[in-house]
Design a protein around this ligand. Structure first.
Ligand SMILES: *Cc1c(COP(=O)(O)O)cnc(C)c1O
Length: 362
């Protein structure tokens, strides 16, 4: 049934007027402006995937007993459509998002969606909302595929009904400070994920659980929170929504290994690019105590965070209970800059795509 679903496309009869849209696209923030359409595919245990469509963006009507509202069965993805130099609309490694979405689904006892169907939903939406893909440096159409449990029942068991959807947001830079290095808060009170938990799944609950730590980070004047491992409160894991890299004075780069962290596609891509740049890359545990010692000794030269939303964000300072660490001179380091430039160049079509990472949508 689901293998060759056809999408019903119905255009929004009241789209934002072009002049208004054009104006909105000139003042982009992050996550507050939405396109005219959405993609939806439904699933139930009897039929499987069905009713695939692209339609006007509008609120869902769900039962007050819908399982997602009570037990949090929800997963999502984050990806971007770019307008390259030739005016083509492209996606960056969307197959990886499809694969990760299904890994998240499996962890949350939700039905997998065929990768081709996931990709088609994303591409159909990008084509219908093509006028919403902004041009210009740092601008893109952020795509949010997600799935939630929609069956009405109270009781702890997997839902028998789900809604998969994709919405789109034209976005500018993720951090309001632009490309300036960010300050992060290393929390020693809260954990993000434990062994056997949901750290590797992109499920809504992980982010709900991170908000108190994030609020503390804001109080301390920091843009993001860095989590340590739950078992020992010793090893660096990642930020609330980004992976982290450490660059040393001998051309070595370290990033925490996979397991309880979210397997970032940006992280994976930067590991590949860093190796090609001749850097010695390792995925291994790195202790907070070593971060402190290596900052003091000067061996640690640069620290950056990465993810689809913010791409590469230089970390200029890390604060924690009772102290702070400055990274280098607080400016964006050369390795961070080079990797950022290379990655965004591939995404924008100004650097050769030797890995087949870019997929042309239209
Ligand atoms: C989405 C996310 C990332 C980054 O993943 P990308 O595929 O690079 O966008 C990293 N950490 C967390 C917790 C995330 O949710």
């Amino acid at each position: 049934m689901s293998a060759n679903l056809t999408f019903d496309i119905s255009r929004n009869p009241n789209p934002m007027p072009p002049a208004e849209r054009q104006k909105a696209l000139e003042h982009l923030g992050f996550g507050t402006l939405f396109s005219d359409h959405m993609a939806i595919i439904e699933w139930d245990a009897a039929t499987g995937w069905h009713s695939a469509r692209v339609a006007a963006r509008r609120p869902f009507e769900i039962d007050p007993a819908a399982a997602v509202l009570h037990y949090g069965q929800e997963i999502f993805e984050g990806m971007k459509a770019y307008r390259n130099g030739e005016g083509q609309l492209v996606l960056f490694r969307p197959e990886e998002n499809a694969r990760r979405f299904n890994a998240s689904a499996e962890r949350m006892a939700m039905p997998p969606i065929p990768e081709a169907l996931f990709l088609e939903a994303v591409e159909q939406l990008v084509r219908v909302d093509a006028d919403w893909v902004p041009a210009g440096e740092g601008a893109s159409l952020y795509l949010r595929p997600f799935m939630f449990a929609s069956e009405a029942f109270l009781g702890v068991r997997p839902s028998q009904k789900y809604i998969f959807s994709v919405i789109a947001c034209p976005v500018g830079p993720y951090f309001s400070g632009g490309a300036k290095p960010i300050t992060v808060w290393v929390t020693e009170d809260y954990s993000r994920a434990a062994r056997g938990g949901t750290g590797a799944a992109k499920c809504g609950g992980n982010y709900a659980a991170s908000l108190a730590a994030q609020a503390r980070a804001y109080e301390e004047g920091c843009a993001q929170v860095v989590f340590l491992d739950a078992a020992e409160q010793k090893w660096i894991e990642e930020l609330g929504g980004m992976n982290i890299f450490f660059v040393f004075d001998d051309n070595r780069i370290v990033t925490p290994e996979l397991g309880t962290i979210l397997p970032g596609i940006t992280r994976q891509s930067l590991l590949t690019l860093a190796r090609e740049e001749g850097l010695e890359v390792s995925e291994r545990p790195y202790a907070f105590a070593d971060w402190k010692a290596d900052s003091e000794s000067g061996r640690l030269r640069e620290v950056f965070a990465c993810g689809t939303a913010a791409v590469v964000a230089s970390i200029g300072e890390a604060k924690f209970e009772g102290g702070s660490l400055r990274m280098g001179n607080g400016a964006i380091g050369p390795v961070t800059e080079r990797l950022h430039h290379k990655l965004t160049g591939i995404q924008r079509g100004t650097e050769a795509d030797t890995h087949g990472w870019v997929r042309v949508v239209s």
